[in-house]
Design a protein around this ligand. Sequence first.
Ligand SMILES: Cc1cc2nc3c(=O)[nH]c(=O)nc-3n(C[C@H](O)[C@H](O)[C@H](O)COP(=O)(O)OP(=O)(O)OC[C@H]3O[C@@H](n4cnc5c(N)ncnc54)[C@H](O)[C@@H]3O)c2cc1C
Length: 205
Amino acid sequence: MSQQVCENRLDVELISMTPEPERVIEQAGRTCYLSFDRMEADSHEGFIRRLIKMGHESPLEHAYATFRIRNCSRAMTHQLVRHRLMSVSQQSQRYVAEDGFAYVVPESVPAEWVDDFHADMRGIQQMYRKWRDRGLRKEDARFVLPNACTSEIVVSANFREWRHIFKLRTSTKAQWEIRQVCRTMLAMLTEKAPVCFDDLVEPVS
Ligand SMILES: Cc1cc2nc3c(=O)[nH]c(=O)nc-3n(C[C@H](O)[C@H](O)[C@H](O)COP(=O)(O)OP(=O)(O)OC[C@H]3O[C@@H](n4cnc5c(N)ncnc54)[C@H](O)[C@@H]3O)c2cc1C
């Protein structure tokens, strides 16, 4: 019997970022005006804010960030990978067995029905095992798996694309899990490169 594992512990890690991203963006942007003589220790702030304000955002494409996201659902990753300017490497259900898969329980499941949700997941784990035992390859046995299944994914994008993703996905119109992931990534990048991202952070009321 496969062991049931349930983890609702979203884990977002910033694994890599362009060193001194704001400096790189300023250097790239100032190439447009050949205004390198105006570069000072703190000149990037006003310069980058002006670029963003006027919509001249291509210099932000020179800085990159890469995140590893664990314990999120495939429902979330399916939405995230729609962003075509983002590079993606994701845990494969063709090569990694999903016996005893972990899964995300939406917070909207009422407390009195959580046990029922777990029971459904155990049922699907048994279904998956049954088809594996009958000889189906992982790539076909996975057809019975749910969107709740957790996944691991590494995503990279430039700062302009991250700004685009955050605008769409931190909105209250976005689905709760991708909103949670994107708000976490936005907070991490705002800490590292505030001038590039702090205008997207909602003020705490
Ligand atoms: C609230 C919400 C609900 C959604 N609901 C659905 C849904 O029901 N069904 C569904 O299928 N999707 C849905 N989506 C996904 C949405 O349609 C986009 O696929 C997703 O948000 C990726 O955004 P994007 O295309 O702007 O960005 P990216 O793919 O990240 O591209 C960035 C930008 O590059 C430009 N670009 C990229 N590729 C092209 C291209 N081929 N041609 C022209 N310009 C391009 C565009 O300006 C684009 O905004 C939803 C998204 C949100 C935020």
